[in-house]
Ligand binder design. Structure first.
Ligand code: TSJ
Length: 641
């Protein structure tokens, strides 16, 4: 590989500079964006190189440190990047790695980065986008070092000492270019989530992450001998699994390495995460379709052969079998092709046939060896098939009246403007606040939908009950988009969906129930940025007839400093929306000129984590929920208990 690249690009220094210059000119083409997300990609690019060394069988642990000065260090215990002169380039191989932009495998299709590897060519991109970068190599008893600034070599590779010949490895430290990135502050939790995922996907590799920026040093180590098998156990940690075993298959076919792990829980979600070369593919692709067809076919065959399905019974649908299934599909492939608008969908058809063949063969075997598990899966699927049939009937029955009718819910006070771009809908907790909101609103563009009490927790209910729920039906018809396979974003009637609840624990719970519903049934609304949270004030401060509002404790403090802390201040703590009259509600929470809206965001990199957060918070296991809240409470301000 290394040789070919060098042949293509030669040793021409001018070309080297031009290459890295191109990266600095259009960073988005190489790392997606210069936002916080792009910033974190720099770390993944470096780590991926070390992971490659682990996949090659020469590295067992990786250490990632966020240093006091905000730079990041990645160390591995691999062989060390070769230091000998690369004859085509006339410079040491390590310098080639950091200064020559590697085309080919990784940067195909018109210069777009289409893959994360089978990895390991992004080091020069990171170098080009760093204020400075230092590499240290331990190899053959010697320690070497070289430094670069904004991609430029500062001095020839130099020997800085000796070491035990058995002590080998690569250490890279860099500080991102603050003139290129919107922020250069790394987030520990973001890196931790991704590194945990990488450890799950690379069996037996130990990854440690450490944050030395604060007085209180944080550190986590991830090491999973079971690989993706343990990943499934982790994802199911806040659910109740239907059987103890995690089903696991692995194999190789047509140069595609395949690993699949899965286990059902008693919930209703289909949570399959697919990866190519350790990179998540949010839109699936060939490997996921191979997984689905093998699973559907194999379970149906088993159910027929064992008379769980009678001759006259219809076949189980894929979605019946996947109800409550948590699965990881991981393939490793030489030249992945990515398709779709966001290049997140695997296009290689050999990946489909490889996953299909390996899973079919090994799953049949597993089912025969574990008849109790097989029976559980079949029974669960049959139950799901019946529930789905009941849901279909419920849906058909309510179609004309609710889900598909153009008749809007009675409780909705709609706006008069019909252009969705101008329109917003407030989902309001409680009839009384709903009443104030109706009086307060700007009729032309603001619609109000009051909901009574707590909405149904969709995490704990099957579809037929969900469709039967009045509050949920009201939202579906008001939004106009339909749900699931009927979902059509073009029919959305409001471009802002604003959840307005009390600023207390109950209000937060209701907002979470609402978000759970939207996330599970209409995730596109969140992904495309149509969902917002209103921010009602926490305090009203009155002094000499002059009224101010504070939306946080800090703001209250700064207002009090400004107007003076004395006996003339009247401070009122708002407990709920109902304590405000219509005028106050308008002024503080609804008036587009003055209000604060929080946009609900969705990080694609974090899909498995978000799924887990919802099932942890809304599922029925208490212990993981308490742990989650305890762990996260320290990051939440204004927690009002
Ligand atoms: F990204 C990077 F280049 F900066 C980087 C590379 C960063 C880190 C943390 C590690 C690595 C890396 C590269 N670790 N291990 C390696 N291995 C090689 O480059 C290597 C070593 C030996 C041989 C050989 O054939 O002897 C070949 C290679 C590619």
């Amino acid at each position: 590989m290394e040789k070919n690249k060098v042949e293509e690009y030669g040793a021409d220094q001018i070309q080297i500079l031009e290459g890295l210059q191109a990266v600095r000119k259009r960073p988005g083409m190489y790392i997606g964006s210069t936002s916080e997300r792009g910033l974190h990609h720099l770390v993944y690019e470096i780590v991926d190189n070390a992971v490659d060394e682990a996949l090659a069988g020469f590295c067992s642990s990786i250490f990632v440190t966020i240093n006091k000065d905000g730079s990041v260090t990645v160390v591995d215990d691999g062989r060390g990047i070769p230091t000998g002169i690369n004859h085509k380039a006339g410079i040491p191989a390590v310098e080639v790695v950091f200064t020559i932009l590697h085309a080919g495998g990784k940067f195909g299709g018109g210069g777009y980065k289409v893959s994360g590897g089978l990895h390991g060519v992004g080091a020069s991109v990171v170098n080009a986008l760093s204020n400075w970068l230092v590499v240290e190599i331990r190899r053959e008893g010697k320690v070497y070092e070289q430094r670069y600034e904004r991609g430029n070599t500062m001095y020839p590779l130099r020997e800085i000492g000796t070491c035990d010949p058995d002590d080998t490895g690569t250490k890279v430290t860099f500080y991102p270019d603050d003139t290129i990135f919107e922020t250069t502050v790394f987030d520990y939790n973001t890196l931790r989530t991704r590194l945990r995922e990488t450890a799950f996907l690379t069996k037996d590799l130990k990854i440690t992450i450490r944050d030395e920026r604060e007085e209180e040093i944080r550190e986590d180590t991830f090491h999973y001998e079971g690989g993706i098998k343990e990943f499934v156990t982790y994802l199911n940690r806040s659910t109740t699994p239907l059987y103890d075993e995690v089903i696991y298959c692995e194999g190789e076919k047509d140069n595609v390495l395949v690993e699949v792990a899965m286990q059902h829980n008693d919930g209703y979600n289909d949570s399959a995460y697919s990866f190519v070369n350790n990179i998540i593919t949010p839109e699936g692709g060939m490997h996921l379709s191979g997984f689905r067809s093998a699973l559907t076919r194999t379970i149906n065959n088993y159910a027929r052969e064992h008379k769980i399905l009678k001759e006259k019974d219809p076949a189980l649908a894929g979605e019946d079998i996947r109800e409550g299934l948590t699965a990881i599909i991981s393939v490793k492939i030489e030249e992945p092709q990515f398709e779709g608008q966001t290049k997140q969908k695997l296009g290689n058809s050999e990946a489909r046939s490889a996953v299909d063949a390996i899973l079919s063969e090994q799953l049949v075997y597993f089912l025969e060896q574990n008849p109790r598990v097989a029976k559980t899966i079949c029974d669960k699927s049959v139950l799901s098939q019946r529930a789905r049939e009941a849901a279909r009937k419920a849906r058909n029955a309510t179609r004309k009246t609710a889900l598909e009718s153009t008749a809007l819910p009675g409780k909705l006070a709609d706006c008069t403007d019909k252009d969705p771009k101008n329109c917003e809908i407030f989902i309001v907790e409680g009839d009384s606040a709903g009443g104030s909101a109706k009086t307060a609103r700007s009729r032309a563009t603001q619609a109000i939908l009051p909901l009574r009490g707590k909405i149904l927790n969709v995490e704990k209910a099957r579809e037929d009950r969900i469709y039967g729920n009045e509050e949920i039906r009201a939202m579906i018809t008001a939004f106009g988009t339909g749900i699931h396979e009927d979902f059509d974003i073009n029919k959305l009637r409001y471009h802002k969906i604003i959840i307005m609840t009390d600023a207390d624990v109950d209000g937060a719970h209701i907002a979470t129930l609402m978000l759970t519903f939207l996330y599970r049934f209409m995730p596109q609304l969140i992904k495309q940025g149509f969902v917002y949270l209103a921010t009602p004030p926490l305090y009203k401060i009155e002094k000499n007839k002059k009224v101010r509002y504070a939306y946080s404790d800090e703001e209250l403090n700064s207002i009090l400093v400004e107007i003076g802390r004395d006996g003339n201040n009247k401070i009122q703590r708002y407990k709920g929306l109902g304590e405000m009259d219509a005028e106050q509600l308008w002024e503080t929470t609804m008036d587009p000129e003055k209000r604060i809206l929080k946009k609900v965001m969705f990080n694609e990199d974090d899909a498995s984590n978000i799924d887990a957060i919802f099932s942890t918070l809304m599922g029925d296991k208490v212990e993981p929920r308490r742990e989650f809240i305890e762990e996260n409470a320290k990051y939440v301000q204004n927690l009002d208990i």
